[in-house]
Design a binder for this molecule. Structure first.
Ligand SMILES: O=P(O)(O)OC[C@H]1O[C@H](O)[C@H](O)[C@@H](O)[C@@H]1O
Length: 298
């Protein structure tokens, strides 16, 4: 494991070979990001939150959206990219939304660059990191950037008793406009509408994702988002995730959020590989969750 110090120089090459390189760069005084360049893609991530900010396979536009007003500071979640919501999703006790993984500093593990892409491992471990969730755990995040992007979380319970978690890989997908987004496969799923506070099971066309929209769909298989404006499709496969969460705040909620720039809500749709109900991990056992993303031109 390579603990990474915040660097005082602008750029610091961590690893480089004939296929690509990983460079550390400063985002702010105490916040750095890793810039990944490779023949097949470019990408960015930060150890704060173990957070993927960007992935752009060659020949395609950027896949993830990040707010121009995203805050890069300790203890704050970054608005955009792929926040890791864990060990809880949504509000929990008085401990705030979405858990501490997205606001914690992760450690950098192994990096491997080869002709197929760049693999980066990130580690978060701790004990009683929140008084609301007082367990001992380790979580390895395995990121594989290539013409596809895959992200796996391997969670191990190191406590002497079982623990429970809920989660989401809270991907912010960059879109031409939410009004142009269709996700036809969500039609077959039952859902909880968190805004209207109703549940539904009748097919409801998801042919427009204009916010405010905040729905939990009970569907565990692959989704494809079709963007008729940019003529591209984003396919997301997932494993060990029982729900999809579809979220866009819409103009009024976004106006009250300090870290979304004006009209930013017109630039993304969140489609989150989630477990909104508790998953139990027996002591000394592991659970793995993952998503794999691919983009296509239409
Ligand atoms: O503002 P955050 O804590 O990042 O949460 C942003 C959103 O995340 C999820 O999509 C939830 O379903 C929403 O209810 C929540 O508003």
């Amino acid at each position: 494991m390579l603990p990474i110090e915040v660097n005082t120089t602008e750029f610091n090459t961590l690893i480089k070979n004939k296929y690509g390189e990983v460079v550390e760069s400063k985002l702010s005084d105490n916040f750095s990001e890793l810039l990944l360049t490779h023949d097949l893609f470019s990408a960015r991530l930060t150890l704060h939150g173990g957070h993927v900010l960007s992935w752009q396979p060659k020949g395609h536009d950027e896949v993830f959206w990040v707010s121009k007003k995203a805050q890069y500071q300790d203890g704050t979640a970054i608005r955009g990219g792929v926040p890791i919501c864990w060990p809880w999703f949504g509000p929990y006790k008085n401990a705030g939304n979405h858990g501490f993984a997205r606001t914690s500093v992760w450690q950098l593990g192994d990096i491997d660059i080869n002709s197929a892409g760049i693999k980066v491992e990130l580690i978060l471990e701790g004990e009683s990191k929140s008084s609301s969730w007082p367990y001992k755990f380790t979580m390895k995040q395995v990121l594989m950037f290539s013409t596809t992007f895959s992200q796996q979380l391997i969670i191990e319970n190191l406590s002497h008793k079982d623990f429970q978690f809920s989660s989401a890989l809270h991907s912010y997908f960059s879109v031409s406009n939410p009004a142009n987004i269709a996700i036809p496969d969500l039609n077959s799923a039952c859902f909880d509408d968190k805004i209207k506070q109703i549940q539904g099971c009748a097919p409801a066309d998801v042919f427009n994702c204009t916010g405010p929209i905040d729905k939990i769909y009970y569907h565990n298989s692959t989704m494809t988002m079709f963007d008729k404006g940019w003529k591209r499709a984003i396919e997301i496969k997932k494993s060990n995730s029982a729900q999809w969460v579809l979220w866009n705040p819409g103009i009024d909620i976004a106006a009250g959020m300090a870290d979304i720039h004006q009209q930013g809500e017109d630039e993304f749709v969140c489609l989150e590989a989630a477990n909104t109900n508790w998953i139990t991990v027996p002591n000394r056992e592991k659970v793995a969750l993952s998503q794999e993303i691919q983009v296509y031109k239409l």
